[in-house]
Each structure stands twice: as structure tokens, then as C-alpha cells.
Ligand binder design. Structure first.
Ligand code: UD1
Length: 423
């Protein structure tokens, strides 16, 4: 099993180019199913999750060419030959559910294997299904050969008003990609406002859709008859950006992040400044400077965008172990996103937690240990802790990290991190 060996090599210094966003590109790739014409998506990161989405689209009938050197994926689905995502592929990535909306819109049918819960929570899809039903889709759940499936069918999609009980990112995306070809107008209220939603709306509008209000809590979609192919550049990955901002802070280093959008990481910038780090925002770059600084603890609560992102909660917790004072972290988005705490405790962290609240006593000397990445972002948190620890940290199950960070080891090494990949 592959692992990283991480050693403290002092403050990280230098520049890193941020890749295209994983969470933005997956829904764009799924949305390409809405047309029989070719879609070209640039700045697509070479990641495992993107490979899985390529496989899902090929199984559906897409001609998918992913050039990892130029970071361009081309998708042309002239004909749908399979209306769904099967168990093998769906179990590899929860975002497989994102093909459901485009399939319903294009063919009126979809059968998706349910991947079930995962380390960070149960992650149901009730909000997606409720929205589909409001548009006239009939849904059946079935259990076959030990797996759960959801089958959906509709004659004619009808625009409607949808209120989401929670601003789910995936549900907002799935309902947008259905409504674009529905008859009439759909409004999604209490919609997710993440930058990835705005990127999806821009992509759909380039395809000929009429989507307004993305980035606010109300999205209005006027259905059109057909969509066409397009070209699009994916937005930079704000979670990768945040992870490297935290790498600068935890090593008391200084890193310039090129191709980063400062407005997408405002909550992290605010928290880092509260801790005493310097954050400089430029047009398409962010510089985090913590050199020679004594950082202090702070409190944070994860929330839907524009609140503090749940995906940066565990990396931020690693930082709080090294800052002066006591910090509190409250997780409100996922019900089980504290799996990394037990691993950080193996490294000497003092963290008391119950339910969704963790109290981190700072100023602790981290020491290297053998730890396991329990999910993608928890893996990044452990690498960050390893960069600040005495001795050697062995991070196992790094395939999680490779799901979401492009060239992670190379990028970390380029700013001076001592990190080695072992197959
Ligand atoms: C997306 C991101 C993930 C990020 C998350 C929250 C992708 C591929 N993944 O995941 O990195 O951590 O947003 O920012 O973009 N929920 C329900 N019912 C539903 C749907 C969601 O109860 O039908 C709950 C979930 O269990 C969770 C919360 O809503 O507790 C947020 O989930 P959601 O916003 O849907 O996250 P994802 O789209 O799965």
C-alpha cells in the first residue's frame, strides 16, 4: 500500500501554481452529457476522481479523451448507450450521482447505484431525489445483488419551484443540470452558493442554457430545447489553495500561490489573519507569510459557502495544534468529520472533542508517528502536521490524497518540503 514519508524541513518557501478545481470539473464533465456535441474542458486536474468520471462517461457512451499533459478533457457523447452508473464505478466516487440529472434531462431515464455512506458521514441523496420528483420524475429504490440502486424515469421534465432543506452542493448541481432542458422555469431556493456552482452555471450558459442567480441562494433556470458543445476553463481549486496556504502557516514559511482566487478563500484568509499570519491578495495570486511570526489560536465553525469550508477544517486543525492558546472547531456540515483527531493525537496533539465540537490546546510539539489518511482532506491535514513535527511521519492510505490533489508530492517538494512517496 502506498504511503508518504514526511519530515520537518523547516519553513516552506517559494511558489506553487494552483490546479483546476476537482469539485468544479466533476459536475462540468457530467453536464457534457446534455449535448451530443463535443465539450472541451481546460485546466482539468489529473486526479483519480477525474479518471473515475472519465470511466463513468465512457460507460454511458461518451468518447472521452483526457490529455493529462495539457490538462484538457474532450467529451463527445453522440449516443447514450447506458443510462446510469454501475456499482463498480459508483462505489469508487460519490460524485457519480452527478450524472443522474444530465441523463434524466437527455433521455428521461437513469439508474444509479448508491455508494452508501463514507468515512465523513451518511451523505444521503434525499434532496436530489425530492427535487427530481418535483420536476415530474418517478423514482424507485431497488436492492439487487447486494447493492442499492435508484431508478428514475420521466416523460417530460417540468420546471417548478424547489426549496432545498439544506444548501447541498451536489443537489444544487444535479437539479441545475436537469432543469436546463425542462419545460418552463425552475427556481432553486436555498441553493448552494459555492464558486463551483457559478462555474457550472457559466459552463451551462455557454452550452446555450439560461441560468441566472448562481452564486446567490436563488437560482432561476429557464429551460431550453437543446444544448450545444462548448469550451471552458475550470476555476482554480480553492481547497488546494487553502491547503497550501496552511502549509505556509504551519511551517512558519512563506508561499506565493499563483492562479489562486482570493475571493474564494476569504474565510480562511480571515482566520489566518486572526492567527497572526500575513496574507496578501493579488489579482490572481495569494501570498501567505508566517516567517518569524508567533501565531495564536482562533475559533471556527464550518458552514456552507461563503462560510468556512468543511474541506479545510482538518488542515486548519493541524495548524491550531501549533499555535499559542486554545482554539475551538465546530463542524456543522458533515456529522462525522473528526476521524483525523485520533490520528493527530498519535502525533502528540491535545484535542478534546465530543459530537461536532473539538477543543485544541495549542503550542504542542508534534512528533512523527505512523498515521492513516481517513479521507482526502484528513490526509492533507496529516501531511501538514508531519511538516511541523519532530522526527518522521508515515502517512498511510495516501490514495485518498491522490483523489484530490494534483502532483501533491512534487508541489510540496518544490517549496522545500521533505516528502517522499513510497509505493
Ligand atoms: C461537495 C464536495 C465536498 C464538500 C461538500 C460540502 C464535490 C464533488 N464534493 O460534496 O468536497 O465537502 O460539497 O462543501 O463537490 N445532504 C443531505 N441530503 C442530500 C444531500 C446532502 O442530507 O440529498 C447533506 C450531506 O449528508 C452533508 C451536507 O448535506 O451532511 C452537505 O452535503 P453536500 O453539500 O451535498 O456535499 P456534496 O455535494 O456531497
Amino acid at each position: 500500500m502506498s504511503k508518504y514519508i514526511v519530515r520537518n524541513n523547516g519553513p516552506l518557501k517559494g511558489q506553487i501554481n494552483i490546479s483546476g478545481s476537482k469539485n468544479a470539473v466533476l459536475p462540468l464533465m457530467a453536464a457534457s452529457l446534455l449535448t451530443s456535441e463535443k465539450c472541451e474542458i481546460y485546466d482539468t486536474p489529473a486526479l483519480r476522481d477525474v479518471d473515475v468520471m472519465c470511466s463513468i462517461l465512457r460507460r454511458i457512451g461518451g468518447n472521452v479523451q483526457f490529455d493529462k499533459e495539457s490538462n484538457c478533457v474532450e467529451i463527445e457523447t453522440q449516443e447514450i448507450i447506458y443510462n446510469g452508473a454501475d456499482t463498480e464505478l459508483a462505489s469508487r466516487m460519490r460524485a457519480s450521482i452527478l450524472v443522474m440529472g444530465p441523463l434524466l434531462a437527455r433521455t428521461g431515464r437513469a439508474t444509479i447505484a448508491l455508494p452508501g455512506g463514507c468515512a465523513i458521514g451518511a451523505r444521503p441523496i434525499d434532496l436530489h431525489l425530492k427535487g427530481f420528483e418535483a420536476m415530474g420524475v418517478k423514482i424507485w429504490e431497488k436492492h439487487q445483488d447486494g447493492f442499492d440502486y435508484v431508478e428514475a424515469e420521466v416523460d417530460k421534465l417540468k420546471g417548478c419551484d424547489i426549496y432545498l432543506d439544506f444548501p447541498s452542493v451536489g443537489a444544487t448541481e444535479n437539479l441545475m443540470t436537469t432543469a436546463v432542458l425542462a419545460e418552463g422555469i425552475t427556481t432553486i431556493q436555498n441553493a448552494a452558493e459555492e464558486p463551483e456552482i457559478v462555474d457550472l452555471a457559466n459552463f451551462l450558459n455557454k452550452m446555450g442554457a439560461r441560468v441566472k442567480g448562481a452564486g446567490t441562494d436563488t437560482i432561476r433556470i429557464e429551460g431550453v430545447k437543446t444544448l450545444h458543445g462548448t469550451r471552458h476553463n475550470v476555476i482554480p481549486d480553492r481547497i488546494e489553495t487553502g491547503t497550501f496556504m496552511l502549509a505556509a502557516a504551519i511551517t512558519r514559511g512563506s508561499i506565493r500561490l499563483n492562479n489562486a482566487v482570493a475571493s474564494h478563500v476569504k474565510p480562511l484568509t480571515a482566520k489566518l489573519r486572526e492567527c497572526g499570519a500575513e496574507v496578501v491578495e493579488e489579482d490572481d495570486a495569494i501570498i501567505v507569510n508566517a516567517e518569524g511570526k508567533k501565531l495564536v489560536s482562533t475559533n471556527l465553525k464550518t458552514l456552507p459557502y461563503p462560510g468556512f469550508p468543511t474541506d479545510l477544517q482538518s488542515p486548519f486543525m493541524s495548524l491550531l495544534i501549533t499555535t499559542e492558546g486554545r482554539g475551538t472547531v465546530i463542524e456543522t456540515v458533515f456529522e462525522n468529520r473528526f476521524m483525523h483527531i485520533a490520528e493527530l493525537q498519535k502525533m502528540g496533539a491535545q484535542i478534546d472533542y465530543s459530537d461536532r465540537k473539538a477543543v485544541i490546546t495549542g503550542n504542542k510539539n508534534l512528533r512523527g508517528a505512523a498515521v492513516k489518511a481517513t479521507d482526502l482532506r484528513a490526509g492533507a491535514a496529516l501531511v501538514l502536521a508531519g511538516l511541523a513535527a519532530e522526527g518522521t511521519t508515515q502517512v498511510e492510505q495516501v490514495y485518498y490524497i491522490e483523489r484530490g490533489y494534483e502532483n501533491f508530492v512534487e508541489k510540496m517538494s518544490s517549496v522545500g518540503a521533505d516528502i517522499e512517496y513510497i509505493e
